[in-house]
Write a protein that binds this ligand. Structure first.
Ligand code: ADP
Ligand code: ZN
Length: 723
């Protein structure tokens, strides 16, 4: 019996294609197959399968045969629905969304072992600088030749040479070896009454097996993690899977340790730093249902869990859940949809829930569980503002005298200090004192940021780097370059000036770029090997250091400029989170926020600890402006290396804008980051009533237009980044 199948193949330019299913091949919706496309063979997933209506029907004869099925479990129906929903809502090609579900294509071939390589400890007889560098950087690392070469910054050939020379050896790694099973009762804590009530409510949702979105709203240190661990225990007891989403991979390592302490073994981790063999093992275990608990960054959301029983989104207010390239999706919102399709509870845990989430609670769509106080005897930290105009730091310095004194006192007690500044590098701007020349990125509308530790100027948008020149490239005068404003490295220098014998650590994505680095940082903090941490937003969340009692926010005003609709909310969240690192156990915490506008509503709310009043005012302002969650935005970004072409297409799109009740189109205007990675960008901003199906409108609107290949048009539904 002949049948045909509609297949989404891994090519984002194409929609679903029809194929003939050859005799003897068995496919059903969700089957992963190999399909021909021109001369190529691509992986795809069967979306619909049916018997051919009639052999003679026109066109059927021209269908090409599917080549093979892949020996992996089919993509389950709830995930297929999620892929459709995501593609639809975020106006993305289904193949681009599907790619995230099939994130380990290597997992799809049947092999049970992979050959990896590692150092033997033998030195090669002939040592070259490259070989020395490779062996030095590889250390204990193990992986494919390609992975080791990338880690060591050498070519594959250098690694192969080292294999021949006996300095590196091959090892066969089993990739289907089972994961240990977490034990729900391994080390159950005694919960406080509030915690027990919240845990019982969440666990009941798990045993009920139905869609139930819940906001777990508890101050920092209230035990949210302990509470949702109970819900995970309930899921493990029923044999169903749990997904825990974290905003940063830097947070996974401390999470793994904590999880292991509670459940006796680590969960399955999914993040971008995995080796291919680990990725594949995880993918298969997730697809077979054997991986009971998976923790990962947003990409873990699209994996093919066989039987998902619970989703946790930790630090759910974090904007890093919003993906800013490829498919522009918000992992928090997609997590709720996944739970809906899977028919399982989803828990959004946060000390500072987003206005969007609070609004869902107000509408009665999400349940809310509150943990009003810190666990045990720990108190909320005292927060004080330092008015930078009334109490300025010394000339050329950034730490105000009151904060300097507080650091002195904290150090005298042998306690740890965290200084927070959300700016990587040494200085955000470098200019020439003689001619005023400013160092700008050649590819972006952005200043080059000085990174003094590596003696480079770097663009934080495209990654362009330059040496810091001896003389000004404009006027040729030597020694006239000055750094303007502080970054974390400059604050670290200031710390070294005031407290030369303090052990310092700078924590940014430059220094904490892998889970292993994060683990090392945690271990050093716990061992008391660090006295003062200077860090960006990377240290604001998740960490629990009992001896950290003082937090200084160097520039609380930093996030307030720029006209972003969420600027005040984000500042509130970020400072609450960083403040939440102070005094998490017996020793009381103290927080100083340095600001030029201590009277601003957000600073007042932080000092008084009055989140409710602040959120009420912010929410009202959003309602008046018809901003989210009341109205909706979508950005249409037109970009090209050819400025004129981008501008022309943007104007053309504007001209074609449909007249629609309750919709207004702003622009096109040059995007605030007018040039990014060498592409000129124009932006239209669509503002629409909530009730309008703005995706449908945009689909029809853009679908009727064409543009040259050198122009790219991207749609960002519910944008977070107003750059
Ligand atoms: P949150 O996630 O709300 O910031 P955590 O779950 O990290 O809070 O809890 C803060 C600290 O208090 C952690 O060290 C945690 O282990 C501890 N803690 C919370 N609840 C309990 C409990 N019931 N028993 C023992 N320790 C607890
Ligand atoms: Zn750049």
């Amino acid at each position: 019996m002949n049948s045909r199948a509609r297949v989404i193949i891994m090519n984002s330019a194409l929609g679903p294609l029809d194929y003939r299913v050859p005799q003897g091949m068995d496919v059903a919706p969700g089957s992963i197959v190999v399909a021909p496309l021109g001369p190529r063979q691509l992986i795809g997933v069967v979306w619909e399968a049916e018997r051919m209506p009639s052999e003679a029907e026109v066109g059927d004869n021209r269908l090409r045969n599917l080549i093979a099925t892949v020996g992996a479990p089919p993509i389950p129906a709830p995930l297929r629905r999620l892929i459709e929903w995501t593609a639809d809502y975020y106006l993305a090609p289904p193949a681009s969304v599907l790619r995230m579900a099939l994130a380990s294509t290597s997992a799809l071939d049947g092999a049970r072992t992979v050959t990896e390589y590692r150092a033997t400890g033998e030195m090669p007889t002939r040592m070259t600088p490259q070989r020395a560098q490779a062996l030095n950087r590889i250390g204990e690392r193990q992986g494919l030749i390609r992975e080791l070469a990338a880690a060591a910054g050498v070519t594959d050939a250098v690694i192969r040479g080292l294999v021949k020379a006996g300095a590196i050896e091959a090892v066969e790694v089993a990739i289907d070896s089972p994961y240990p099973e977490p034990e729900p009762d391994f080390a159950q804590p005694a919960l406080s009454a509030d915690q027990a009530a919240a845990a019982a409510a969440l666990s009941a949702g798990v045993t009920d097996r139905r869609f139930a979105p819940t906001l777990l709203d508890g101050v920092t240190g209230s035990g949210k993690t302990e509470v949702y661990f109970e819900a995970i225990a309930a899921a493990i007891r029923t044999g169903r899977q749990t997904l825990v989403l974290l905003p940063e991979i830097a947070l996974t390592e401390p999470f793994l340790t904590r999880f292991a302490a509670r459940f006796g073994c680590a969960p399955v981790a999914w993040h971008s730093d995995l080796r291919q063999s680990q990725r594949r093992r995880a993918w298969r275990a997730i697809a077979s249902g054997e991986a009971l608990v998976t923790v990962g960054a947003r990409s873990a959301l699209f994996l093919p869990y066989a039987d998902l029983g619970l989703i946790i989104v930790d630090e759910a207010h974090e904007t890093s859940f919003k993906q800013e390239d490829g498919v522009h999706y918000h992992a928090r919102d997609v997590a709720v949809m996944r739970a809906k399709f899977e028919g399982c509870p989803v828990v959004l845990a946060s000390a500072t829930p987003a206005i969007e989430t609070r609004h869902q609670v107000a509408l009665g769509r999400y349940a809310e569980l509150k943990l009003p106080g810190r666990y045990g005897t720990a108190q909320m930290p005292v927060i004080e503002a330092i008015d930078l105009i009334a109490e300025p730091p010394e000339r050329g310095r950034w730490i105000a005298p009151r904060l300097v004194r507080a650091i002195d006192e904290t150090r005298a007690r042998g306690e740890q200090v965290l200084l927070f500044l959300n700016r990587r590098g040494y200085a955000p701007l470098t200019l020439c004192r003689t001619c005023g020349h400013r160092f700008q990125c050649p590819n972006c509308t952005a200043w080059m940021v000085e990174h003094r530790l590596v003696r480079r100027l770097a663009c934080h948008h495209c990654g362009h780097v330059e040496q810091v020149p001896e003389a000004c490239p404009e006027c040729g005068n030597p020694d006239t370059l000055v750094a303007c404003g502080p970054g974390v490295e400059r604050i670290a220098d200031e710390v070294a000036f005031y407290w030369p014998d303090a052990k310092r650590a700078v924590v940014t994505s430059d220094t904490l770029w892998s889970p292993a680095k994060a683990a090392e940082f945690v271990q050093r903090m716990e061992a008391g090997d660090i006295d003062i941490v200077i860090g960006t937003q990377l240290v604001t969340k998740g960490y629990h250091f009992p001896n950290l009692t003082l937090v200084g926010v160097i520039d609380a005003d930093l996030g307030l400029g720029g006209g972003d609709l969420r600027a005040a909310e984000r500042t509130f969240q970020q400072i609450s989170q960083v403040a939440g690192r102070a005094g998490r156990e017996r020793k009381p915490g103290h927080v100083f926020i340095q600001t030029h506008s201590p009277q601003a509503a957000v600073m007042q709310a932080l000092v008084k600890g009055d989140a409710d009043a602040f959120y009420a005012a912010e929410t009202e302002a959003r309602r008046e402006a018809d901003a989210p969650p009341f109205g909706r935005y979508a950005a249409i970004i037109v970009s090209s290396e050819d400025r004129q072409a981008a501008e022309d297409v943007a104007r053309e799109i504007k001209r074609a804008a449909p007249e629609c009740d309750g919709m207004y189109v702003y622009g096109p205007a040059p995007a605030p980051l007018t040039m990014l990675r060498g592409r000129h960008r124009f932006r239209l901003l669509v503002h629409a009533r909530r009730a309008l199906d703005v995706q449908d409108v945009i689909r029809a609107w853009l679908g009727g237009l064409g543009w040259p290949a050198k122009v790219r048009v991207a749609v960002d539904v519910d944008p977070y980044n107003f750059l």
